[in-house]
Design a protein around this ligand. Structure first.
Ligand code: UD1
Ligand code: CA
Length: 452
């Protein structure tokens, strides 16, 4: 099956510099959702019809399986599909999708495609309580689809029809070429309507069948930020429902945002206002506290992210505790039972089992061994303004509070660093290393007094 995606419309009502089809839904451009679905229904070729601001669209989403057809000026949906025809091959069928109808489902499209054939045209229609703005499906007395009339061309009786055109259809390609060559623009909008092919099909004795989507949400288009926000919530609610069905505990299914792929094991619990971006894997028993953001990360079984933490590009082992208010940046690898407490930042570092940094620390470009205790206020000074260096902290090290480790530097196994140490040379294993001015107390000293 060939696929044409109509995406040339300007989207003025978005009031945005970003073309409409690049506006994000669940963190991905609208058009990208449509392309994913087109691929999922087995498109042989996908031709995107683009127009206004189109080069940006093309740059953002180009892929080897896409062809791009420029429509300039935009003279209607029929004219748009006409621009795609030179890119389409074979004598099979062609599915027409809209770049601004992002939630169309694969099951719905498979049913629609199955209803079409070389001598049958299939259109996707819905019954709406409030049909205004849509093209209406006019049926003959026997109930067969006869034609589609656009609202602006419709008589009052036709406007009363509640079955509307979603715009999505599957047509036999050879016939479509012929029909598109025959449509005109003699109508209220002086546009070349794709919908005019229905009457031409009926005139040619080609059967027109209407199928319906699984859910109405699938056919909703985006024309404004308000539509976009509504669709986002509907989409997120559907994702939340799938998670619930899979056994995930969501404290409030209306307060979660999944902007990518969230894979959960058994007995995962997610508190309110969490955001998941990219691919995130939560193993059995993981608990995510309120207001956490987890991006491109894997968390091992039993690990817990406490509230207000940001976990990004990180691999977390089993039974770890992160947060509250912790940040792990890309390249963080935590083995099992690691604890990171409040205001601890870890970047591009590997921290081995049972090590802890419970308060106020920066661990960057470091290799930390097992059972290491990193005291409050510890900082790896990994950057000299030009280059970055690694800090090595071996097993069973104890680092006192307010310590700076000036990399490159190594702390040997079992070493202790006294509080306030500025470590500029390697610390030998098993010893106490401390760099600190000796403490003195002056017995005869008196405080200065203010002069009169
Ligand atoms: C169209 C249908 C209408 C249907 C409605 C569903 C026609 C004539 N009418 O109406 O029956 O109920 O969609 O939403 O087809 N586009 C282009 N180039 C153009 C014009 C449009 O690429 O020259 C694209 C738009 O970007 C959009 C889609 O086609 O993705 C539909 O265009 P739109 O203007 O929204 O069509 P409607 O007039 O709403
Ligand atoms: Ca529309």
């Amino acid at each position: 099956m060939e696929v044409v995606v109509l995406a040339a419309g300007q989207g003025k009502r978005m009031r945005s510099i970003l073309p409409k089809v690049l506006q994000p839904l669940a963190g991905r451009p609208l058009l990208s959702h449509v392309l994913t679905t087109a691929r999922a229904v087995g498109a042989d070729r996908i031709c995107v019809v683009y127009g206004h601001g189109g080069e940006v669209v093309r740059q953002a989403l180009d892929a080897p399986d896409l062809a791009w057809a420029l429509q300039e000026p935009q003279l209607g949906t029929g004219h748009a599909v006409l621009q795609a025809l030179p890119h389409l091959q074979g004598e099979g069928t062609v599915l027409v999708l809209y770049g601004d109808v992002p939630l169309i489902g694969t099951a719905t499209l498979q049913r629609l495609a199955a209803a079409a054939a070389s001598d049958r045209l299939a259109i996707l229609t819905v019954e709406l309580a409030e049909p205004s703005g849509y093209g209406r499906i006019v049926r003959d007395p026997e109930g067969r689809v006869h034609r589609i009339v656009e609202e602006k061309d419709a008589t009052p009786a036709e406007r009363a029809i509640r079955e509307v055109n979603t715009g999505i259809l599957v047509a036999p390609l050879a016939r479509l070429r012929d029909w598109l060559g025959r449509i005109g623009n003699n109508n209220a909008q002086q546009e070349y309507y794709l919908t005019d092919i229905i009457a031409l099909a009926v005139g040619d004795g080609v059967e027109v069948v209407a199928t319906h989507p699984d859910t109405e949400v699938e056919t909703l288009g985006v024309n404004s930020k308000s539509h976009l926000a509504q669709l986002e919530r509907l989409h997120q609610r559907a994702i939340a429902q799938r998670l619930l069905d899979d056994g995930v505990t969501l404290i409030d299914p209306t307060r979660i945002d999944v902007r990518g792929e969230l894979i959960c094991g058994r007995d995962v619990e997610i508190d309110v206002n969490c955001v998941f971006e990219g691919r995130v894997e939560l193993a059995d028993g993981v608990k995510i506290g309120a207001n956490a953001v987890i991006r491109e990360a894997r968390l091992g079984p039993g690990s817990r992210v406490a509230p207000f933490s940001l976990v990004e590009g990180s691999e977390v082992g089993a039974d770890c505790v992160i947060g509250p208010y912790a940040r792990t940046r890309p390249g963080t690898v935590l083995l099992d039972e690691v604890h990171l407490g409040n205001f601890v930042e870890v970047k591009n570092s590997r921290i081995a089992g049972q090590s802890k940094a419970n308060h106020l620390a920066y661990v960057g470009d470091a290799d930390v061994g097992e059972r290491v205790n990193i005291g409050a206020g510890t900082i790896t000074c990994n950057y000299d303004g030009a280059n970055k260096y690694r800090t090595i902290i071996e097993d069973d090290v104890f680092i006192g509070s307010d310590t700076q480790l000036v990399a490159p530097v190594r702390v040997g196994r079992g070493a202790t660093l006294g509080a306030g140490t500025t470590l500029t040379k390697d610390a030998p294993e098993g010893q106490l290393t401390v760099s600190r001015a000796h403490q003195v107390s002056l017995s005869g000293w008196t405080r200065p007094k203010k002069k009169k």
